[in-house]
Design a protein around this ligand. Structure first.
Ligand code: GDP
Ligand code: IMO
Ligand code: MG
Length: 428
């Protein structure tokens, strides 16, 4: 398949990083097209564990050129730190060679992080539980046409002028809430200094990507977040501020979404969520705690404990339908061993009403209770299993059951964090 897109099917952290890294073995390009360093994608290579936030997960493969597309928001200070971090682990990323950054990508500036924190404080009990990385405020500026872009860094005069203009509004806000204002000229000088090593990467990555696709190169589009966090399709307002799925791919990468030959959704064998918002299958009991412990469910970006619960097939079917999924990759199957029974939510109940489709836009999703199918569990640890056929019967039936509920083939399951811990599912 020349062009494939990998998307999170749930509330993020489905294991996209691992899957991208795996598929990148045969890829020419890996392209991030949405979000920023709110994402945290883990790649485990032997005894080395990396978390990338802005860098595409193709950086661990020498054959890959990594593109950060126009739809991504970039915190330059963070990106520099990330380059240093991967380099410490022996991974060489050279801006201009194996890393190219769209001139149209917007910048996350220090005031965005401050405003993110202030807005959360103002929301009080209605807080979203953002990652605090300034993502929402940066996209807000993009929409209101007040943002600065990566390309502005190439021209100090333009950079200074734009920062001065932007600072007028930002400082009015900051002073209004008794915060110290920002000196735009000092910020400009700092930015020029800090971003010097990155400038060789500035490029029209959309053109690079379209040219690669026209040549028939292998291109992997790397989704961030998950479809239930999509600004239009997710559990608004408890979502991120962008279109994280196929609808975000066009503008976010600078290509036609029709160029994608295969849409792959990644889902955990259960559900997790970080931050606030509706989560119908959430477990507040010992089972939820055991899933968290077995799956080491603590945020890659913020370290927050993830909320855990059973697989929600209502939400998963919705995510597959809105994405036109060709395949579903199921991760963390190993986490579910040792449970007496495994549950899958097939519908919701609200009062006397049974709801079988995801109640998109419903203002009281928090009141929907899951209606479960209960399946037998399995005792054996499966992380070392070599073939799908060798999995315990209960594990295989669980996978087949999901496949039949969502009506999307599951060609691959993941049974551990490492690159090679995957099983190819044989068709029956
Ligand atoms: P992403 O944001 O979708 O890339 O996912 P994260 O990296 O935030 O979180 C996934 C976590 O699960 C990471 O710690 C991975 O190393 C780990 N992981 C990925 N696949 C598996 C798997 O099949 N089994 C287990 N036990 N862990 C996995
Ligand atoms: P990856 O790519 C999990 C969540 C935050 C919060 C909401 C809004 O690693 O799957 P934001 O900072 O984006 O304004 O926060 O979205 N969130 C994620 N949750 N994985 C992510 O990315 C996330 N990116 C944002 O926790 O609930
Ligand atoms: Mg993550």
């Amino acid at each position: 398949m020349p062009a494939r897109c990998v998307l999170g099917a749930q509330w993020g952290d489905e294991g996209k990083g691992k899957i991208i890294d795996r598929l990148a073995e045969g890829a020419d390009y890996v392209v991030r097209f949405s979000g920023g360093n709110n994402a945290g994608h883990t790649v485990v290579i032997g005894d080395r564990k990396f978390a990338v936030h802005l860098l595409p997960s193709g950086v661990f493969r020498d054959n890959v050129t990594n593109l950060i597309g126009p739809g991504v928001v970039i915190d330059p200070w963070h990106l520099i730190r990330e380059l240093e971090n991967v380099e410490k682990g022996g991974i060489r990323v050279e801006p201009g060679r194996n890393l190219r950054i769209s001139r149209s990508a917007h910048l996350i500036l220090p005031w965005h992080r401050r405003i993110d924190a202030l807005m959360e404080e103002l929301r009080g009990p209605g807080k979203i539980g953002t990652t605090g990385r300034g993502i929402g405020p940066a996209y807000q500026d993009r929409a209101s046409r007040a943002g600065l872009r990566f390309g502005d860094l190439e021209d100090p005069e333009i950079l200074r002028t734009r920062l001065r203009a932007a600072a007028i509004e930002k400082n009015r806000f900051l002073e209004g809430v008794q915060q110290t204002p920002v000196d735009p000229d000092a910020l400009a000088e700092e930015l020029i200094e800090v971003t010097r090593p990155l400038l060789a990467a500035a490029e029209d990555t959309g053109l690079v990507c379209r040219t690669a696709l026209a040549r028939g190169d292998q291109v992997l589009f790397e989704g961030a977040q998950g479809l239930m966090l999509d600004v239009d399709l997710g559990t608004y307002p408890y979502v991120t501020s962008t279109s994280v799925g196929m609808s975000g791919l066009g503008g976010g990468a600078g290509v036609s979404p029709r160029a994608v030959d295969e849409v792959i959704l990644v889902a955990k064998a259960y559900s997790t969520r970080v931050g606030e918002g509706p989560f119908p299958t959430e477990l507040h009991d010992e089972i939820g705690a055991r899933i968290r412990e077995r799956g080491r469910e603590f945020g890659t970006t913020t370290g927050r404990p993830r909320r855990c619960g059973w697989l929600d097939a209502v939400a998963l079917r919705y995510a597959c339908a809105i994405s036109g999924a060709d395949a579903l990759y199921l991760t963390m199957l190993d986490v579910l061993s040792t449970f007496d029974e495994i549950r899958i939510a097939l519908a919701y109940r609200r009062g006397d009403e049974i709801v079988r489709e995801w109640p998109a836009g419903h203002p009281r999703i928090a009141e929907f209770e899951p209606v479960y199918d209960v399946l037998p569990g399995f005792d054996e640890e499966i992380a070392e299993c070599g073939r799908f056929e060798d999995l315990p019967e209960a594990a295989k039936s669980f996978v087949r059951k999901i496949e039949s509920i969502v009506d999307v083939p599951i060609p691959l399951v993941s049974i551990g964090p490492e690159r090679d811990q995957v099983l190819h599912v044989q068709r029956v």
